[in-house]
Design a protein around this ligand. Structure first.
Ligand code: PMP
Ligand code: GLN
Length: 380
């Protein structure tokens, strides 16, 4: 086996979902909706499957989806994108991230990563021969420590990876924070990789602003989206990225080696979905905001301290100082006692994590959320 494969253990999401299946616990751990996605989008995939979309599609994605991604950038954010030279369709945002990192990062390069962070970022940077430079954000407001961010940039910096709206914190980066990042990226002549899979899941009047839409950033930013999140179809694994034309060929090469293509019927259905009217995207966000409220209220009633959050479909609770259990111990115990799965937030750190935070996922039916709340209140 290859000792250079930089992954330790099985992902926490898989581990916790397996425990949920084995024990019958309610799974508010791994982030996936318990519904079946929008019926019309699913129907479109079925139609195209019967129709024509069963052989290898073009490597960079079917034209209809690349055009839809370009139009979506323009419609929501005013970003001008040439679909032929600036869009790559990938098998999920996971692949878009890996392809972007493999395209940009060479041995000796540094990549700045905010902690807490999604579990694929650091291992893939290391696999590419790069070195992660972590900048830690602190609960409860997860503000950028400006001095530390400035200090992280240097001659070896190749890129900064930004996730907004941010998993697991629910933070939506403000325009001022984005401007700070944009200024540093430009001053140091580097790139930004933006994981924006939760772009349509913001609440409380918070607006998602893509870093790519800031002046001078279109030439330096890779912006990543996912049909898994935007259409509540996580199993489809259709992702897409928008990048400056000079990066497309290299990202395309990485994509060629990783998966080469993505199922064409799903691509056609996602193209259809991205063209849905404004109401679809607004409802996605407002439904999720209501679910956050519902779960937060229930968790508070069950004695949890819920931290604020403005986006994604996750919320974080802070365990009481005197509880005597780490986040992982607490989550395992909660499966046994209450039959509810959450994720220990320590899994989102590279080293020396805080151990007093747990993450709940709320993109579930109201009935399931209520059942989970009932169990948690009963076992509080
Ligand atoms: N980035 C973040 C922040 C995520 O939470 C997820 C969740 N699945 C992904 C990337 C991966 O997205 P996909 O399923 O499209 O690969
Ligand atoms: N993004 C999802 C989460 O954070 C899980 C995706 C996965 O299991 N890899 O829970």
């Amino acid at each position: 086996t290859n000792p250079l494969l930089n992954v330790s253990g099985t992902t926490i999401f898989e581990v916790m979902s397996r425990l949920a299946r084995e024990t019958g616990a309610l799974n508010l751990g791994q982030g996936f909706p318990d519904g079946n996605g929008p019926e019309d989008v699913v129907a479109r995939a079925q139609v195209t499957l019967a129709d024509r979309a069963n052989q290898y599609p073009p490597m960079l994605g079917v034209p209809e989806l690349r055009q839809a991604v370009a139009a979506h950038n323009k419609r929501f954010y005013g970003i001008d994108v040439d679909w032929q030279t600036q869009v790559v369709v990938t098998s999920g945002a996971t692949e878009a991230l890996a392809a972007s990192i493999f395209a940009l990062v060479a041995p000796g390069d540094e990549v700045i990563l905010f902690e807490p962070l999604y579990d694929t970022y650091a291992p893939v940077v290391r696999q590419a021969g790069g070195t992660p430079r972590f900048v830690r954000l602190e609960a409860p407001d997860w503000a950028i420590p400006e001095d530390k961010l400035r200090a992280a940039f240097g001659p070896k910096t190749k890129a900064i990876l930004l996730n907004t709206p941010m998993n697991p914190t629910g933070k939506v980066f403000s325009r001022a924070e984005l401007q700070l990042i944009a200024d540093l990226v430009q001053a140091h002549d580097t790139y930004a990789i933006c994981d924006e899979v939760y772009e349509h899941l913001t609440f409380a009047g918070k607006q998602h602003v893509p870093l790519m839409s800031l002046p001078g950033m279109a030439e330096r930013t890779i912006r990543i989206g996912s049909a898994g999140k935007t259409f509540s179809l996580t199993g489809w694994k259709v992702g897409y990225l928008t990048c400056p034309p000079q990066l497309t060929a290299t990202i395309g090469k990485a994509h060629q080696l990783l998966t080469f293509t993505t199922p064409p019927n799903l691509q056609h259905a996602v193209a259809y979905g991205l063209e849905k009217d404004a109401a679809y995207f607004e409802t996605l966000g407002s439904d999720m905001a209501a679910k956050r409220e519902r779960l937060a209220r229930g968790l508070t009633a069950a004695g949890f301290k819920v931290l604020p959050g403005d986006g994604t479909y996750f919320l974080i609770c802070e365990l009481e100082p005197g509880i005597g259990l780490s986040d992982s111990e607490f989550c395992l115990k909660q499966i046994e006692t209450a039959g509810v799965v959450a994720i220990p937030v320590s899994a989102f750190y590279d080293s020396a994590p805080p151990t007093n935070l747990i993450r709940f996922c709320f993109c579930k039916s109201d009935g399931m959320l209520d059942q989970a709340i009932e169990r948690l209140v009963k076992h509080a």
